[in-house]
Design a protein around this ligand. Sequence first.
Ligand code: PLP
Length: 345
Amino acid sequence: MRLHIREMLSAQREGHISFHTPGHKRCGDDITELSYSDCLLSPKGAILGAERDIAHILGADRSFILTDGSTSGIFSMLYALKVRGAASLAFPVCSHRSVYNACRVLGLTPVLIPQNSERGIPLQPELSAIEAAVREADALLLTSPDYYGFLAPMSEAKEICRTHVKPFLIDGAHGAHLHFTDMHAGKFADMWVDGMHKSLPAMTQGAVVSAREDWAALSEGVRTFRTTSPSYPIMASVEEAAKWPRNEKIERAAAQFKEAFGAVKNDDWTKILIFFGRHADEAQRVLEAHNVYPEFNDGNYLMFYLSPCTKEAELQTLGALLGELPRGEEGDVKEGKIPIYSEGI
Ligand SMILES: Cc1ncc(COP(=O)(O)O)c(C=O)c1O
């Protein structure tokens, strides 16, 4: 498939003399908005071509490339809700801090949906709790998949929102790699974000926010919260990531790995959760001494974050080390607030 932004950058790279920002003057692909390079705020050329392709892939009527993370997508979606008259938003307690922050900045009242936890892992909210919150609020936001690799009950939530005629939003910061599956947010939500940099090979901060049908307010939100100096390397990488095919070989290897090492049975192949209990810090130290870095250690679990670019040999290295490490036992679970989700961080 054509890579609009990368092709546009490559065509102009040779002999480029920079009398423009950025100040490093070395250029490469890190240029600014020039006569030939289109403009993210009002795209008409290569960027528009990329955004149209991305929307087609994600099942959206309109997709916007973001170079400031899913955070700016969440602010933009909540801005769109507000502009369309919403005064409150229902979302699970363990939502990302950007959801809390955007509500505070935009004056939306949070209607918190309780979540239970099991062995130290927050569970997706129950349908009855979702429905009760949707009755009370003007819109619903769920996170799918969550950081622990569990999908939200998206199809049921969509139905609840349809019944109550309320918009349904999905924080897909951890779900961009599901873009060619039936589990992708775009199959269910009215507006959603894809964190292209987390589970697909986009550069850090690369993300996309998308909407179905009524996207004018989202466009206004994006123009309000996005930077006016977007990074072309990030934009190009977002387009490439959105077009990145599934790697079914590594998906299968991940499933076998989870089975072999007794990982938590979650829904998402990119998130391997291994319980270490009181040995979690020691396990992290040993792994890092071997140059193996997990995504997080929450005091109970180490989480190993995969993507279509993970190599089978790297999984084998991890497996060889895990075999040598002490593992947690029943009764080791530390319950409590999960720091990575904490609203106050
Ligand atoms: C569930 C969730 N939503 C949103 C975000 C924000 O994403 P970004 O860091 O790309 O702004 C994160 C970041 O970790 C996240 O975990």
